[in-house]
Design a protein around this ligand. Structure first.
Ligand code: NFE
Ligand code: MG
Length: 519
């Protein structure tokens, strides 16, 4: 028996520790630890409710637009204007969040996950004219290998030309992401923390100029997704086929749905959204979602036990550092008492199971190309594929939406802050189901609870002892080389957790087997 400790997991956002007990080369137990207390929910208390839109975006520099959207949906609902948002406001929120998520999926594949599969050293053999590759070749020649080294060794399978092309795409993806950010800022004022999304709608106005600027950049984004991103995911899948069977996890998927398509019903269950709201399990059958069944356990989290099992509308954030049995700052969100994975796989699977014809076509044609059954979606490769399809589905919709904007028509409605009230804002962020809940008293925030995608996915055991989604995805995994636990980091990164550089591999007695520094 041995214990693998990866702390922190790199090429994700934030401070995540993974521990795995390995017996006979197989993971028997896994622990996922969120190592950083943030306390945003406490910071929000007593403030003007409108501060939520500004402050919750500071939770993260990666996905602020989604927090901006969740917070404004939450405030729309608390202020009683959820069904009064003008079409221009609804559409511009979709354009802001959509452009953000499409570039975020590209960020994840190329700049966070791809280095687990692509051997950058093959660039040393490159003999063509690509200036980016020739610069990287020069760096490699001088032994300057960051940010690609150090790394795990022993399982790079792509032929040299494919590796070289993938590295060229790594560089190209930086340019495409910059352009994606420009698309976001056209309607939101700036990135990363957008100022344009406000309760009641959006502060910017559509003009022929900004519509055309968005459309022109969108064409390049779509070209990259269709002709580079999706083919690259399929190419990697072709060489790492075993990863269609690794990292299966809990096989319960949950999506809040995202991108309102028509004027918004105050009841989210009745809203028509691009990605559907619902759940699916291993049978890939669609089930409706009941927001009332969401709870957060804290039995294994550093929060007071008395706050465990509450619905987020009445949630409590009461830190108890050092609590016995606890091992994470992450709470354990559960649905109907069960463990659910959220993310691109969940929203793609829910939308597919819910019968959306475009999503059905996308999923079935890619599975056919991979010669893989639908069950392969529940895997490391399934998550990467779903993220690429999510990017395409969104980008193709952006094209339609931007042409629906009506210059000269309103983009927001006035509202009043109520003396007392409650609100909920739910959307699907890049990494999955994102919910904000607010309680207002005396026109001030009395309670604010955020249940974010990574809270679901990196959650520790719940009060019943059920491991969280990433923990479950790790359990049962065969580890070929404990000094190079490729399998484990590939599984963890397939979830794209947002929680930043040494990795220790130790025996249960604490003896260091090896120590690495990862850039
Ligand atoms: Ni910090 Fe986020 C996204 C949200 S993840 S990246 O996407 O909400 O928990
Ligand atoms: Mg929370």
């Amino acid at each position: 028996m041995g214990k693998i400790v990866i702390d922190p997991v790199t090429r994700i956002e934030g401070h995540l520790k993974i521990e795995a007990i390995v017996e006979g080369g197989v993971v028997k137990e896994a622990r996922s630890t969120g190592n950083l207390f943030r306390g945003f929910e406490l910071i929000l208390r007593g403030r003007d409710p409108r501060d939520a839109q500004v402050i919750t975006q500071r939770i993260c520099g990666v996905c602020p637009q989604s927090h901006g959207v969740a917070a404004t949906l939450c405030l729309d609902s608390a202020f009683g204007v959820a069904d009064k948002i003008p079409d221009n406001g609804r559409i511009m929120r979709n354009l802001i969040q959509g452009a953000h998520i499409a570039q975020d999926h590209i960020l994840h594949f190329y700049h966070l996950a791809a280095l687990d599969y692509v051997d950058v050293t093959d660039v040393a053999k490159y003999e063509g004219n690509d200036s980016d590759l020739n610069s990287i070749k020069d760096f490699i020649g001088r032994g300057e290998l960051g940010p690609f080294f150090p790394r795990y060794e022993g399982d790079y399978r792509l032929p040299p030309e494919v590796n070289q092309q993938a590295v060229a795409h790594y560089v190209k993806a930086l340019e495409i992401r910059r352009m994606g950010h420009e698309m976001v800022s056209i309607f939101s004022g700036k990135i990363p923390h957008s100022v344009g999304i406000v309760p009641g709608g959006v502060t910017s106005t559509p003009t022929v100029d900004n519509i055309l600027a968005f459309l022109w950049k969108l064409r390049r984004l779509q070209d990259f997704i269709n002709n580079v991103y999706i083919p690259d995911v399929l190419a990697v899948a072709g060489f790492y086929g075993d990863y269609a069977e690794i990292g299966t996890g809990c096989q319960n998927l949950l999506s809040y749905g995202s991108f309102d398509l028509v004027g918004s019903d105050p009841d989210y269950a009745r809203r028509k959204r691009l990605f559907k709201q619902g759940t699916v399990s291993a049978d890939l059958k669609f089930n409706e979602l009941d927001l009332g069944k969401i709870t957060e356990d804290v039995g294994h989290s550093w929060y007071r036990d008395s706050s465990s099992g509450r619905h987020p509308a009445d949630g409590e954030t009461s830190p108890e550092p050092g609590k016995e049995k606890a091992y994470s700052w992450t709470k354990s969100p559960r649905y109907n008492g069960k463990v659910y994975e959220v993310g691109p796989l969940a929203r793609v699977a829910v939308t597919y199971a819910g019968g959306d014809p475009t999503m059905k076509g996308l999923v079935e044609s890619s599975l056919a190309q991979l010669k893989a059954p639908a069950s392969a979606l529940f895997s490391v490769l399934g998550r990467h594929l779903a993220r690429a399809l999510s990017a395409k589905f969104i980008a193709d919709s952006l094209e339609k939406w931007v042409l629906e904007l009506k210059p000269g028509e309103p983009t927001f409605v006035e509202y009043e802050i109520p003396e007392e009230g409650r609100g909920v804002g739910i959307t699907d962020a890049a990494r999955g189901a994102l919910g904000h809940w607010i309680e207002i008293k005396d026109k001030k925030i009395a309670n604010y609870q955020c249940v974010v995608p990574t809270t679901w996915n990196v959650s520790p055991k719940d009060d019943k002892g059920n491991p969280g989604p990433i923990e479950q995805a790790l359990i049962g995994t065969k580890v070929k080389d404990e000094n190079n636990p490729f399998e484990l980091v590939r599984i963890v990164r397939s979830f794209d957790p947002c929680l930043a550089c040494s990795i220790h591999v130790v025996t249960p007695k604490g003896r260091d087997l090896a120590q690495y520094r990862i850039a």
